[in-house]
Design a binder for this molecule. Structure first.
Ligand SMILES: Nc1ncnc2c1ncn2[C@@H]1O[C@H](COP(=O)(O)OP(=O)(O)OP(=O)(O)O)[C@@H](O)[C@H]1O
Ligand SMILES: [Mg+2]
Length: 246
């Protein structure tokens, strides 16, 4: 397919089955260059599964994924990373016995096709960008939730991505921790990195996302500008159907 649009990510009829369960059902959506796009939906809707299929972690059962116009449906996470896509995880799992700096360095070294001139300097720059406040030799197993999230962001930035997938980066944070994290995400977008983020927290969605796609039971039920989508009766109903605040 020719890249005659400015879509950074495009999924076409993407379906992911786990045995008899259709976790994602024929979802077609796109993410445009330079935007922060939100992917929202109730618990178990298929958001992480869709991110994983885009990132190559759990390839689609059918349908297609294109990254910058190139078909990447069956690529591995390493291939996607080398093509400029990185991601954070709903539950970050750094190497617990490695220091914060070493964790970012591992991501930097494996995330680049070419040898980095100075991986230590590069890793330090990422930690500073995410405003990581503890000493760089702190072991990852000693980190609390917000520190783990910042480390995961630094790790994802270490491969110099053009596009990032963020999976519930703000979940588990206190009210006080949200605003600084939102500023960092905006700073990433301002660097020219396109972002697709799964998020539950309305303050974060409304504050950052230009557009939203909504999935419910694996089906896309809406896509469009944030304000429009958040007032769509179908979307409100999907959320009211499950009284689950997490
Ligand atoms: N590896 C797997 N094997 C089997 N079923 C899975 C697997 N991963 C996800 N599922 C199922 O697929 C469905 C979608 O899960 P998914 O984790 O994508 O939802 P989600 O929208 O990210 O939910 P949450 O908001 O709770 O993170 C769920 O029913 C889940 O149990
Ligand atoms: Mg999820």
């Amino acid at each position: 397919m020719a890249n005659n649009n400015n879509y950074v990510i495009e999924t076409t009829d993407l379906t992911k089955r786990f045995g008899g369960l259709v976790a994602v059902n024929r979802v077609s959506m796109n993410v445009r260059e330079g935007e922060i796009m939100g992917l929202i939906g109730p618990n178990g809707a298929g958001k992480t599964t869709l991110l994983n299929a885009i990132a190559g972690l759990n390839n689609a059962t059918s349908g297609a994924v294109h990254l910058f116009g190139e078909e990447t449906t069956t690529c591995s996470p390493e291939e996607m990373c080398h093509k400029g896509l990185s991601r954070t995880f709903q539950i970050p799992v750094p190497f617990p016995k490695l220091s914060v700096l070493d964790n970012v360095m591992v991501a930097a070294v494996f995330g680049h096709k070419k040898r980095l001139k100075d991986p230590v300097k590069h890793a330090r720059e990422q930690l500073s960008f995410v405003e990581f406040e503890l000493p760089e030799d702190t072991l990852s197993e000693q980190l609390n939730t917000v520190q783990l999230k910042r480390l995961d962001l630094a790790r994802a930035l270490a491969s110099n991505p053009k596009v990032m997938l963020l999976d519930e980066l703000a979940s588990g944070l206190t009210e006080r921790e949200l605003e600084p994290l939102m500023k960092i995400i905006a700073k990433i977008r301002d660097k020219g990195i396109t972002i697709l983020m799964v998020e539950h927290i309305m303050q974060v969605i409304m504050g950052l996302c230009e557009r939203l796609a909504v999935i419910n039971f694996g089906n896309k039920i809406a896509e469009g500008p944030t304000k429009e989508v958040s007032q769509d009766p179908k979307v409100i109903e999907a959320y009211l159907g499950v009284e689950d605040e997490d």
